[in-house]
Design a protein around this ligand. Structure first.
Ligand code: IPM
Ligand code: SF4
Length: 470
C-alpha cells in the first residue's frame, strides 16, 4: 500500500465518490456546529426549498458571537440585531429538531470550546462548520474545516459536501519551550516564521516532540491559530493524552465501545514515510514570549525586542504593509515593546479561554492588581469553563486583581456584541486576529498568550511575563 498521511486517511475514509480526476470528492461529513451569525441564510434556504435536515442529531447549535457577556444573564437580548439573530436561531433549532445551547444554557460557550468539552468531536471524524476556526478539532485527531453559508445548507440537507483535497504541510516542532513560552507563543512563532500566507489552502499536520509533550488544550491553540497562516485544516495524531481528555465526556462512547474506539483512534496516524507536499520545522527552545506589533498575526516580535523599522525591509510590498500597520497602531520604529502602554486587557476566545489558559493567567495575577487606568476583562471559553474556574478559585483571583469576570461568548475577540473598544484604545489580547478594527473601529490589538495579557494588565504596559514569574 502507498503510505498515506493522516489527512489522506481521513479524506479517503469519508469519500463517497470522486467528482473529478483532480481531487474533487463528495465528502461524508460527520458533524457540524452552527452559530447564530453564519447559519440563518442556510436555514432560510432549507425553508424555501421545503427541505428537512438529514440528520438533526449530527448538528449542535450554540449562541456565541453576538451574546452579551454581562455577569447577569437574561433570556432577552437588549440589542435588537442580536435579539433577532438569536430568536431566529432558536426557531430554527425547534423547527428542524436540532439541539440548542442558547445563552441561558449551562453548556453554552464558544462553539469550538463547547464541541470539544462535550465530546461531540471524536478522533477520525470530519467536522465542517460555518466558522474558520473549526480547524481547532485537529487537536483531537478530527479533520475540522470552515465552510460558507451555502455549504452549511448543503450539509444540513445531505450530510455531504463537495470537497477538494488540500495540499499537505507538515510542521515539525522540536525542542522544549523555555520559561513563559506557551502553546500560544509557539503558534505565533510558527505564523511569524512561515508568514500569514505560509499555510494558504493547506492541511497542516503538527508533529514532533514539542507537540507530543503539549497538552490537548495546547494543541487546540495550535490547530486553532494556524488558520492565521491560511491553513484550511490542521491535525495532530491522537495519543493517550487525547484518550484521557475524551474519557467520560458526555459525547464519548462508554464500555466496550470505548475500548474498541480507543484502540482504533490510536491507530490514526500518518504512515512513517507518507509524503507531505511541504515541510516546515521550528525549534521551540529558540522562542521567547511573543507579542504582535502590527495588524497581521505574523507581525510579531519577542517581548524583549522592539518595534521593527520598515526602512530595513527590502521587500517593497512588505515595507508598505509595515508602514501602514505602524501608522494604524500608532507606533514608532525602535520603540521597545515593553514600553508600550495598554488601556485594555482581554482574556478570551476559542484560541485561549479554556481552563488551562485561565489557570496560567491567574497564576500571574495571584496577589497582584491591575494597573490603574487599565480595563481588564476575562471571558471564559464556555459556561462550563467558567463554572470550573469558579470552583477552582480562579474567578476570585481574577476579581481580586481587578478583572471583570464575565459570561462566555466570542465577545471582544471580534466585538460583535457590546464588548467593543473605542478608537485609539490599545488592548493586550489573548485572541487570534489583530486586523484593523477587529476589536472596534480604530482600536489597536496586541496578540499574546493569556499569561502575557495578565502581565500587561498588571504592568499597564506590555510586559515580559518572565519578570513576574521569576
Ligand atoms: C463570524 C465568523 C464567520 C468568523 C470566522 O469564520 O472565523 C469569526 O468567528 C472570526 O473569528 O472572525
Ligand atoms: S472566539 Fe473569536 S475566533 Fe473564535 S469563533 Fe469567536 S469570533 Fe471567531
Amino acid at each position: 500500500m502507498t503510505p498515506r498521511t493522516l489527512y489522506d486517511k481521513l479524506v479517503d475514509s469519508h469519500t463517497v465518490r470522486a467528482l473529478d480526476d483532480d481531487g474533487l470528492v463528495l465528502l461524508y461529513v460527520d458533524r457540524t456546529v452552527l452559530n447564530e451569525y453564519t447559519s440563518p441564510q442556510a436555514f432560510s434556504g432549507l425553508r424555501e426549498a421545503g427541505r428537512k435536515v438529514w440528520s438533526p442529531s449530527s448538528a449542535l447549535m450554540v449562541v456565541d458571537h453576538v451574546n452579551p457577556t454581562a455577569p447577569a444573564r437574561v433570556p432577552e437580548m437588549a440589542d435588537a440585531g442580536a435579539a433577532l439573530q438569536t430568536s431566529y436561531f432558536a426557531r430554527n433549532a425547534a423547527d428542524f429538531g436540532i439541539e440548542l445551547f442558547d445563552q441561558m444554557s449551562p453548556d453554552q460557550g464558544i462553539e469550538h470550546v463547547v464541541m470539544a468539552e462535550q465530546g461531540r468531536v471524536l478522533p477520525g471524524m470530519v467536522v465542517a462548520a460555518g466558522d474558520s476556526h473549526t480547524t481547532t478539532y485537529g487537536a483531537l485527531g478530527a479533520l475540522g474545516y470552515g465552510i460558507g453559508t451555502s455549504d452549511i445548507e448543503h450539509y444540513l440537507a445531505t450530510q455531504t459536501l463537495p470537497y477538494r483535497r488540500l495540499r499537505t504541510l507538515r510542521i515539525v516542532l522540536d525542542g522544549v519551550p523555555g520559561p513563559g513560552v506557551t502553546p500560544k507563543d509557539i503558534i505565533m512563532g510558527v505564523v511569524r516564521a512561515i508568514g500569514a500566507d505560509g499555510a494558504t489552502g493547506a492541511a497542516v499536520e503538527f508533529q514532533g516532540p514539542a507537540v507530543e509533550a503539549m497538552s490537548v488544550e495546547g494543541r487546540m491553540t495550535l490547530c486553532n491559530m494556524i488558520v492565521e497562516a491560511g491553513a484550511r485544516g490542521a491535525l495532530v495524531a491522537p495519543d493517550a493524552q487525547v484518550l484521557d481528555y475524551l474519557r467520560g465526556r458526555p459525547g464519548a462512547p462508554t464500555g466496550a465501545l470505548w475500548e474498541a474506539a480507543a484502540e482504533a483512534w490510536l491507530g490514526l496516524r500518518s504512515d512513517p514515510d507518507a509524503p507531505f507536499d511541504r515541510e516546515a520545522r521550528l525549534d521551540v527552545s529558540t522562542l521567547v514570549p511573543l507579542v504582535t506589533w502590527g495588524t497581521s498575526p505574523d507581525q510579531a516580535e519577542a517581548v524583549d525586542g522592539a518595534v521593527p523599522d520598515p526602512a530595513t525591509e527590502p521587500d517593497p510590498v512588505k515595507r508598505r504593509g509595515m508602514e501602514r500597520a505602524l501608522a494604524y497602531m500608532g507606533l514608532a520604529p525602535g520603540t521597545p515593546l515593553a514600553a508600550i502602554p495598554v488601556s485594555h486587557a482581554f482574556i478570551g476566545s476559542c484560541t485561549n479561554a479554556r481552563i488551562e489558559d485561565l489557570r496560567s493567567a491567574a497564576q500571574v495575577l495571584r496577589g497582584r492588581r491591575v494597573a490603574p487606568g487599565v480595563q481588564a476583562i476575562v471571558v471564559p471559553g464556555s459556561t462550563r469553563v467558567r463554572a470550573q474556574a469558579e470552583a477552582e478559585g480562579l474567578a476570585d483571583i481574577f476579581r481580586a486583581a481587578g478583572f471583570s469576570w464575565r459570561q462566555s461568548g466570542c465577545s471582544m475577540c471580534l466585538a460583535m456584541n457590546d464588548d467593543v473598544l473605542g478608537p485609539g484604545d490599545r488592548c493586550a489580547s489573548s485572541t487570534n486576529r489583530n486586523f484593523e478594527g477587529r476589536q472596534g473601529p480604530g482600536a489597536r490589538t496586541h496578540l499574546m498568550s493569556p499569561a502575557m495579557v495578565a502581565a500587561a494588565a498588571v504592568a499597564g504596559r506590555i510586559c515580559d511575563v518572565r519578570a513576574l514569574e521569576a
